[in-house]
Design a protein around this ligand. Sequence first.
Ligand SMILES: [Ca+2]
Ligand SMILES: [Ca+2]
Length: 288
Amino acid sequence: MFWGNGRLRAALATRTRFVASVRVSRPNARTVKITVRKALLNGRGYRWLAATFFPGGRGFDVAPNRSVVFHDLTAPSITQLSFPDPSTNASATLDFPVGFTLADPSGIRTWQLQRRPAGSAAWTTVAQGAGTGPKTPQVTGEEGATYEFRIRATDRAGNTRTSGIRVVSVPFDDANAVFAAAYTGNVTVGAGGDSFLDSLHLLLPADTGNPVAGTFTHMFEGTSVAVIASTGGTATVAIDGGAPELLDTSAAGPRTKVFERTGLAPGPHTIVIVAQSGTVSLDGFVFR
Ligand SMILES: [Ca+2]
Ligand SMILES: [Ca+2]
């Protein structure tokens, strides 16, 4: 530090060369405040040493020390852990947890979990808080909705990071009104078994009581379809009148994605499921 034109100034230098002369103020009698523009520092890896010499001694302040807010020039890190897709992978209700971890040496001043319906523009904050570490907020979805999620986190120095996007679909329940005309033949309604919204539609093969095998027929819009079911028998699945594929649900647990077809041309499609053996316990459907 030195006096220049009647003002206290500080010389900013690397080990080998002078960089700039910077302003010094005196907030109080015990403190000098040296103001350095961020542009003069290397945000990824600067180191500095403030050296003070005075009659009878000397002092040093060595940086970086990113836990000190003043030295923190880097945005928080965000690790996205659990974004269950479909939501029924983690929950039997419309509430489901998402999981992520936040880290920053200076601390997290605020974070927001944001969501928007896929394809829309505006984000809505659905959970928020402060502090580093693991976060598992519960969110509530609507049947049949597909959401995009992201996280924004700001550290105590004001650096903000926005995470990438994760997609979560909430299935339509098998008992949703959109399927009012979908079930024909030998079909009964069940519940329990840790099923989504405590409802199952059971497709049964033809028997003496009903000469038509249990059948699910539904037209949907989109490019993909997934079937959620629990443990049971076998059925055939056909998309748009194509060759029926065998659907074996014997190894399924509760709320298991037992069938998925992606890459369909955008537009209307038809899925037909016909019981073959045992009881096929349909729990929900994802269209997107
Ligand atoms: Ca930081
Ligand atoms: Ca269900």
